[in-house]
Design a protein around this ligand. Sequence first.
Ligand code: ADP
Ligand code: MG
Length: 700
Amino acid sequence: MKNMFVPEIFGTMVFNDKVMKERLSKQIYSEVRSAINNGTPLSIDCAKEVAIAMKDWAIEKGATHYTHWFQPMTGITAEKHDSFIKPVGDSDVIMNFSEKSLVKGESDASSFPSGGLRATFEARGYTAWDPTSYAFVKDGSLYIPTAFCSYGGEALDKKTPLLRSMDAFNKQALRIIKLFGNEKVKRVTPTVGAEQEYFLIDKSVYEKRVDLIHCGRTLFGARPSKGQELEDHYYGAIKSRISAFMKEVDEELWKLGVLAKTKHNEVAPSQHELAPIYVSCNIASDQNQLTMEILKSVANRHGLVCLLHEKPFATVNGSGKHDNWSIVTDTGENLLEPGETPMDNAQFLLFLVAVIKAVDEYQDLLRISVASASNDLRLGEKEAPPAIISIYLGEELDGILSAIETGGVYKAKKHSNLKIGISTLPPIPKDSTDRNRTSPFAFTGNKFEFRMVGSSENIACPNYILNTIVAEELSKFADILEKAKDFKAELNKLIKNTVIKHKRILFSGNSYSLEWEEEAKARGLLNLRTTVDALPRFMEDKNVATFEKHKVLSKNEIASRTEILLENYSNIIHIEALTAVDMARKEITPAIISYENFLIEELNAKKKLSKKLGSKLETGLIEKLSTLADKFSLALDKLEKDVESINEIKETVKRAEYCRDVIIKDMKEVRKFADEAELLTGKSFLPYPTYEDILYSVKY
Ligand code: ADP
Ligand code: MG
C-alpha cells in the first residue's frame, strides 16, 4: 500500500479558499470572501462564475451529480441528487450547472417536519446556498451546503438559527471589547470542537437484531458477564479491524477538510471516540454532521455498523458528544483565555460572568438544546451529567470569584496575597486541568465543555442556544457599561453583582450524587428530567423575547420547533414500543416456550426411564420460567393495549406525556421479565445475539 502523505490529501475534495483563489477571477474571489467574512450578498455575475468554476472542479474530482445538502429538523442530513447532464440535439449531453442551481434549490419537502410552518398548499421549501461553508465532493456528487427555509423565509432547519446566532453574538461581543479599547477587532466568532463518541459492532450481529435496525438501540438484553467493570477498554490498545476502520475514517475526513485529530477507545466495550481540532461553530457543526455520515459509511465498508445512538445498550455507558465552546477574535485572541494584564483579565472575567449568568438564567434552554428521547436514557444515569445544569470552574477561578464577591483577599497558589479589584487583579493562572468529569458545563482552561450533548445530536442546536443566551447577557452588560461615567468602577460593580446573583449555578462537587440533586433543589435550580418536561418551556416569554430580540428565532419558529421535537419524541417511543411488542411476541415468546418444552420433554423422558432419576434441575427451571413467563405475558398484554391508544391522543404535549408516563414504563416492565428469562434460557434457544455476542463481536 502506498504511504499516505497527509498534507497532500488534506482538503483535496473541498472547494476551499485555495481552490477559489486559483479558479476565480480576482474580483469574484473577493466578492465571495466578503460574503463569507461579512455576510454581504452575492451578485448574479458572481454566482454565475462560481457555479461554472465549481462544476468544472467537481467534474475533475469525479462528480456526475450535485446536491443541496441541508439539515432538516430530524435526521442527520438530507440530500437530493441531480446530475449535471443537459441534452444537446437528440443524441448528446453536456455537463451543465447554472447559477440558479447553485444559489437556490426547490425542495418538494412536504414530508420534512415543519411543525405547521409550511401550509400544505405551499408544501415547498427551498434550500439556499450557504457560502460560509465550503462545497465538497463525496461519492460522485458535488455537495453544496445550504440553509432550508419556507417561502416566508422561516427557518425549517438547524443551520439557519446557528448562522443567525453567530451574527447576534458578533454584534454584542464587539460592543464589549470596544469598551476595553480594542478597536482592531472586526469580528468575534464562537469556536467549537465536538468530541464524538460511538459504538462499533460487527454487521452480522446487527442484522439479527430488529431493535438495532429500527431503533438504533437494544430494547432487550440481559447484562453481559463482563461489562466495563475492569475499565480495561478506555484508552486500551485498538484492535486491528477497528484501527483499519479509524485509518480510513481519518483519510476520508482529511480529504474533506475535517481536522480529525484524536482517536481512542472509550469506557464501554466496543465504544470509541473521535475528536477534531476546533473551528468556527458553523463549520464545526457541518463537519460533525459529515463526520457522523463518514463513520457510518466507512463502517459499512469494513463489515461493521457504527451506532450513534446515545444509549444502545443498558448496563454499559452510553455515548455523548462533548461540545467544547470558546470565543475567538479575528485577531486571533481567545476571549476565554485568562490574560496577562489586569485589564485583559477584567475583560476575561466579564465574558466569564456573562456565561455564568446566561447558563443560570437559561438553564431550561440549555436542557432543551440536548433534549431527545434517546438522550433522556443517558442523562442522569451516573455515566453522564444529570438533567440539572451547573457550572464547574475549578479551584483557582472559584477562589478568585469568591474573593471578588466578598471583597476579600485571593490567595493564589503561586502568588503572594493579592487584592482583588479590576485595577489590581492578579494574573490569573491558567488552570486547564479539569478535575471534575461529572459536571455538565465545565470550564477547562480557555473554553467551556458542555457535556450533556448526545452522540447522535446535531450540534447546531446547543451552539445556537449558547451563542444566543451569551449574546443576550453581553448586550445587557454593554447597555450598562456604555453609559458608565466611571468605567472601572461600574465594571467592578457589575462583575461583583453578577457573581453574587448567579453563584448558585456554580458547583464543584460530584454532579452524579444524590446529595447534589437535593442541594440543587434547595438552590432553586431546575431539574427537567425528560424531554417532555423541558420542551414546553421553549415557549416561555423570557425565551421568546431573547430569541426575537437577537433575531435568531421568531415566536412562530420556536412554536414549530417545539411541536416538531415533541412529535419526534412520541414517534420514536411509538416505534420502539411496536418493535418491542414484535420482538416479544415473535421472538422472545417462542424462545421461552421452546426452552420450556425442551425441559418438559427431558423431564418426561427421565420419568419414563426410571422414577428414581433426580429432576430438580428441570423442575426448578420450569417453575422459574413459568412464573416469569406469566409476568412477561401480563406486561406484554398491557404494553400492546396501551400502544394502541397513542394515536388517539391528538394533542402533541399530551401524547408525549402519555409516551413518557405509560409507554416507557410498560416497555421497562416487559424488558425486565424478558431479560430475566434470557439469563435462564439455553444459549441455542435464544432468538438473537446477546449483549455478550454484540459487545464483543469485534474480536481481533
Ligand atoms: P479533553 O481533555 O476533553 O480531551 P482536549 O484538549 O483534547 O480536551 O480538547 C477537546 C476538544 O476541545 C478538541 O476538539 C479541541 O479542538 C477542542 N478545543 C480546544 N480549544 C478550543 C477552543 N478554544 N474552542 C473550542 N474548542 C476547543
Ligand atoms: Mg472532553
